[in-house]
Design a protein around this ligand. Structure first.
Ligand code: GDP
Length: 524
């Protein structure tokens, strides 16, 4: 049963994630958004240590050393009466698995593009995940203070490579050293760019139209003339923005600015809270579950040792429906176990506060005594489960040597917990004599595994990357599979086989037509 409070809290929630190719400016935009939301107090928390940027969402030392963001955390702030949950996702390509999972907890995504580089490899991959999930996408073209591509060509590239209609809601006036600001095509206002006013910006100047002579005196005759031409072209040739098409994922509204200079971000945020959707229904095995139904939440991420003060395991849960209250009794629907949720935390980087309650769209960290897996549901309705949850096939495999054999117990614990989080996948030789293989989407995942094993479990291992590049789960008639020579299984005991090349795989397939070789386990 819906209550007025539940309805109100759902309607004011905006839960989103930022997707971009590394270096496009995601960290910088995140920081500016938090600044406007009052979640941090000065832009100075981006400190130029070793020439790299750090925000409060970067909390692990390996991230600090490298200046990249590895783990996802949820950042929360209020803006104009809206409650915004920003899911921070790692940008580095080796962490795509974690990013993919995090996107399952978002209701919309902001795609950040570098104005000079346009759509890049990682943007395409992440966009594809949003598209599969049908999440609406907004676009922010960043770094207009640097020389940019032709903007019409850039929009064309978005349309061609991503197959989405790109509709500008603002338009840049000049770029690089000539960047003067943006013209708001909806409000017919000009927002002027002033490099000196870092953190502050002048109020927008309202105009009657793009032909207003005042615009010429503000940006110069040449840029004014170019803007008039551009606007005529946009009005003549581009479709109008259609919110329903945006919500269906067919159209993306495009904004321009320079995050580093704090320009265009607040205008984006103001528009974002109006356009982006509130939490919607959750697809479950029981059909769509409305956010107004009784409490249900799903686990989209697991993480061990979140901070030095709290050496335990955390499960990140997105509230999908109903009102979550600390101490409430729920069912862990995969096992049917009853749980009392008394150990709930909100997570903001290293700080922990206890959560008393949460609403659809919110992210809650739960202490995980080992019961939660990715994709698990906890709910007041004992039958609700998720139909599927994205997992990814590893493409690189390593073996390990333990440097100090007396640490074997700590090693096994670390291995199990980091595998459970999805830092790496583990494959065990069935003869039990050899150490397991680690599987990852990219080699940086191995480094993170190694660093965390050392830092959090005091275990040093040497890693040796093998020549395997493919893993296939074996399916088909159970007796046939059992008879088939196999030597490796995954952490759930499902038979798998590692291959060095697609040639190896095809050859084996030809020899054994009775076996299916699947890129993912059958029950996922
Ligand atoms: P991420 O890898 O996507 O998180 O990108 P960052 O936010 O770390 O930005 C990458 C680099 O681009 C950093 O050196 C930023 O200072 C710089 N940068 C970010 N936004 C802008 C911008 O608007 N203009 C310029 N010139 N540089 C920017």
């Amino acid at each position: 049963m819906s209550t007025p409070t539940l309805e109100h809290e759902i309607q004011r929630r905006r839960t989103f994630a930022i997707i971009s190719h590394p270096d496009a400016g995601k960290t910088t935009i995140t920081e500016k958004l938090l600044l406007y939301g009052g979640a941090i107090h000065e832009a100075g928390s981006v400190t130029a240590r070793e020439g790299s940027a750090h925000t409060r969402s970067d909390w692990m030392s390996i991230e600090q050393q490298r200046g990249i963001s590895i783990s996802s955390s949820a950042l929360t702030f209020e803006y104009q009466g809206r409650h915004i949950n920003l899911l921070d996702t790692p940008g580095h390509q080796d962490f795509s698995e974690d990013t993919y999972r995090t996107l399952t907890a978002a209701d919309s995504a902001l795609m950040v593009l570098d104005a000079a580089r346009g759509v890049q490899a990682q943007t395409e991959k992440l966009f594809a995940v949003c598209r599969n999930r049908g999440i609406p996408i907004l676009t922010f073209v960043n770094k207009l203070d640097r020389p940019a591509q032709d903007i019409f060509e850039l929009l064309q590239q978005v349309e061609d490579t991503l197959q989405i209609t790109a509709v500008p809601l603002t338009w840049p006036i000049g770029d690089g050293p000539d960047f003067r600001g943006v013209y708001d095509l909806v409000q017919k206002q000009v927002l002027l760019f002033e490099r000196v006013a870092r953190g502050r910006s002048r109020a927008p100047v309202s105009l009657k139209s793009v032909d207003d002579p005042e615009l010429g005196s503000l940006v110069g005759a040449e840029l004014h003339a170019r803007l008039q031409e551009d606007v005529a072209l946009i009005e003549g040739a581009m479709p109008e923005f259609d919110r329903d098409a945006f919500l269906r994922g067919e159209m993306t509204p495009v904004f321009f600015g320079s995050a580093m200079n704090n320009f265009g971000v607040e205008h984006f945020l103001r528009t974002f809270v109006e356009l982006a959707p509130a939490p919607g229904p959750l697809p479950t095995t029981e059909g769509l579950r409305s956010p107004e139904e009784g409490f249900a939440g799903f686990i989209f991420k697991l993480q061990a040792n979140m901070s030095r003060n709290h050496r335990d395991r955390t499960a990140f849960m997105r509230v999908a429906s109903g009102h979550f209250e600390r101490g409430m009794d729920v069912t862990h629907t995969r096992t049917g176990r009853k749980l009392r949720l008394s150990q709930a935390h909100t997570l903001f980087a290293q700080d922990r506060e206890k959560v008393e309650d949460a609403w659809p769209g919110d992210i809650v960290g739960l202490v995980n005594p080992g019961v939660f897996r990715i994709g698990d549901v906890i709910s007041v309705s004992p039958k609700v489960q998720l139909p599927d949850f994205p997992r990814f096939t590893p493409e690189t495999f390593a073996t390990m040597t333990l440097r100090d054999v007396t640490k074997r117990k700590a090693f096994q614990k670390g291995l199990a917990q980091l595998a459970e989080e999805g830092v790496v996948q583990v494959f065990y030789p069935t003869d039990g004599a050899r150490d397991p293989y680690l599987g990852a989407v990219g080699p940086l995942q191995f480094e993170v595994f190694q660093a965390r094993l050392s830092e959090e479990y005091g275990v040093e291992v040497e890693l040796h990357v093998t020549s395997y590049t493919l893993v296939r789960w074996l399916a088909g008639d159970a007796t046939q599979v059992a008879r088939f020579a196999r030597s490796v299984e995954d952490d759930q005991g499902r038979p798998v086989m590692l291959f060095r090349s697609t040639f190896d795989l095809t050859y084996t397939q030809d020899q054994h037509p009775e076996i299916e070789f699947l890129p993912l386990p059958q029950d996922l």
